[in-house]
Design a protein around this ligand. Structure first.
Ligand code: G3P
Ligand code: CA
Length: 226
């Protein structure tokens, strides 16, 4: 069985990275939801994919240059709001795991602090979380702060040495773009004790191909297809 991961919630059915999208993913019986995190000007951790609000909201400008109040006034689609990370934690409430993608430099520490708070005060477990990033320095920093929480190294392409880089930063998984996946990479990662999660796979034929290749998890905009 592959791990079913709802990409940005269930963005095939609801506006990406909104509470509506995460609720939909829960309804579709995912094993985990995936989301993207930035820090805004007033310091809150906010859930949005791009560094600008332009594509996913009715506003314009950089997330890092807007206060939470300004971000909250925007429509993120179907009258949804840009959520704070802690609102998603409260919605999910330990029902499924959460894959937090660190998008901005400097997100490792505040994300770690929020997770620690939920572990200490709300009985969450380290196992509820997977932290991923294309910025492997940010991932290494997160692992230094919290070696108990799994990290997933995001990757677009096949590097020389296959999954060696991921082993070096104590990753538990490589989260690889589907365009590049091959059996050699999967075998190498498995031999190193690493899981392989593949993103983002929506087409039924492609989902079947990924399963046949032996991946451990799949990110999809339509997680009910997994
Ligand atoms: O974590 C998998 C995937 O979300 C990474 O790509 O662009 O959707 O953030 P992207
Ligand atoms: Ca992402």
């Amino acid at each position: 069985m592959v791990t079913k991961i709802g990409h940005r919630g269930a963005m095939g059915y609801a506006p990406e990275n909104t509470l509506k999208s995460f609720k939909k993913a829960l309804e579709l019986n995912v094993d985990a939801i995936e989301l993207d995190v930035y820090i805004c000007k007033s310091g809150e951790l906010v859930v949005i994919h791009d560094d600008k609000v332009n594509r996913t909201t009715n506003g314009k400008g950089y997330v890092a240059e807007k206060t939470f109040k300004e971000l909250r006034a925007l429509d993120a689609g179907e009258k949804e709001k840009i959520p704070e990370l802690k609102e998603v934690f409260d919605l999910v409430n330990k029902k499924v795991n959460i894959n937090i993608e660190l998008k901005a430099t400097g997100t490792a520490k505040p994300v770690y602090e929020l997770i620690e708070l939920y572990i200490k005060e709300k009985s969450w477990k380290y196992e509820h979380f997977l932290i991923s990033s294309y910025n492997h320095y940010e991932l290494r920093e997160f692992n230094r702060l919290s070696p108990n929480i799994k990290i997933g190294a995001l990757l677009t392409g096949i590097p020389i040495g296959f999954a060696e880089f991921a082993e070096k930063i104590n990753a538990s998984s490589v989260n690889l773009c589907a365009d590049f996946i091959n059996k050699e990479f999967i075998d190498d990662a498995h031999n190193r004790g690493l899981k392989v999660y593949v993103e983002t796979v929506n087409d039924l034929d492609d989902i079947g191909r990924m399963k046949a290749l032996g991946v451990d998890g799949i990110f999809s905009n339509f997680p009910d297809r997994l």
